[in-house]
Design a protein around this ligand. Structure first.
Ligand SMILES: C[S@@+](CC[C@H](N)C(=O)[O-])C[C@H]1O[C@@H](n2cnc3c(N)ncnc32)[C@H](O)[C@@H]1O
Length: 236
């Protein structure tokens, strides 16, 4: 028993040191912490309400969720066929998204990407999802609007964590064949349609992983093409 508590304590100590080291690194070599942008999702509809409204209104019958965790969303989705992929918990398929996309033969109407929140993984998940999306379908990406530097930091440092998902979404906004919006709700839900881009984004940096949070802080409205929940349904 004592050994168990000693082990837990040492893990905590290591984590504390690790967090301190990252903070010191960021202060000297990283970005300036500009504080909160001020996103407030408290009065906005939840992802559960948004997804079910999309699925119902569009008469979608096939739903895929990447990253299911405790099935908080997956169990509440009302759809004829549901597949959930997570290497650790929830859903229907115990594997990573990469493994799933390798073996999958099916197509889907609605795909919700909420797995590993690292740019490189998210962009792979988006590209793989587009390939298996039915023509009138939609790809949704959770956690597109981080409020501050720490919430977007990779590796993870905070309990509420968006990661740098936004960089993958910004990359999609530059593609002529993808029409992209961010719904201002539930930590930012990216919405991607497979059709001509109606508001293409031009930015100089082509290595999207290198984009800085500073840039997001000052340009998020233009970068993310933000719309309210009520207006989202006019885009279908
Ligand atoms: C934020 S949680 C998902 C929450 C869930 N979608 C919801 O709305 O309640 C992220 C999940 O992604 C999973 N995950 C991490 N890496 C993954 C990967 N490579 N492929 C699929 N899922 C992954 C984690 O195990 C974790 O359960």
């Amino acid at each position: 028993m004592i050994e168990y508590f000693n082990k837990r304590l040492s893990v905590l100590k290591v984590n504390k040191i690790y967090l301190k080291l990252i903070k010191i690194y960021l202060r000297f070599f990283g970005e300036k912490n500009l504080g909160d942008i001020g996103f407030d999702f408290s009065q906005k509809p939840s992802r559960i309400k948004i997804l079910n409204k999309i699925i119902f209104s569009q008469k979608y019958s096939k739903y895929l969720e990447i990253g299911t965790f405790k099935d908080e969303l997956f169990s509440k989705i009302i759809c004829e066929k549901k597949i959930g992929v997570d290497p650790f918990s929830g859903g229907t398929h115990r594997m990573t998204s990469d493994e799933f996309f390798k073996i999958n033969q099916e197509k889907f109407d609605c795909i919700f990407i909420d797995g590993l929140h690292h740019y490189s993984q998210v962009i792979k998940d988006i590209n793989n999802s587009i390939k298996i999306l039915n023509d009138n379908g939609v790809v949704l990406i959770h956690d597109c609007l981080p409020n501050n530097l720490m919430e977007q930091q990779v590796p993870r440092m905070t309990l509420n964590w968006n990661g740098d998902v936004w960089k993958a979404f910004v990359e999609c906004r530059t593609k002529p064949n993808l029409d992209c919006y961010t719904c201002y709700a539930d930590w930012g839900i990216g919405v991607i349609f497979k059709r001509q881009n109606s508001n293409i984004l031009n930015i100089d940096e082509k290595n999207f992983k290198k984009l800085k949070f500073n840039f997001f802080f000052h340009n998020y409205k233009k970068l993310m093409n933000i719309i309210e929940f009520e207006d989202l349904f006019k885009k279908f």
